[in-house]
Design a protein around this ligand. Sequence first.
Ligand code: RB5
Length: 142
Amino acid sequence: MIALGCDHGGFELMQEVKKHLEERGLEYRDFGTDSAKSCDYPVYAKAVAEAVQKGECEKGILICGTGIGISITANKFKGIRCALCHDCFSAEATRLHNDANILAMGGRVIGPGHALKVVDTFLDTPFSGEERHKRRISMIEN
Ligand code: RB5
């Protein structure tokens, strides 16, 4: 189950992401927002971060205008490793090295064609499980 959250700046791109996940047969839980009306990104970042933190969803995708506000907020939650990625190299590396559990993007930064490839890379790349990466991840929280 993938947790989804966006503000008005990410609303349009999130509609494309939802369509794409449906085409791939992947289940998601949509935490809003539900229109392009101006709203506050921390509300949606918190909802998604908590769903991932509690284990209700394995991964999350957050989109605001830049991806910055929504990723800063998500990363305040213990156990959340939210990576702001606008390219496939970063999306792959953050799964392999950081075991990132939330992907953030900016709807005003990246077009849908590229964004969906970033989403696929993020969702389809496993954590490497290598000791040095496990050690570094454990050092983040301790
Ligand atoms: C909203 O205008 C914008 O500030 C928000 O979507 C995001 O980019 C914040 O970091």
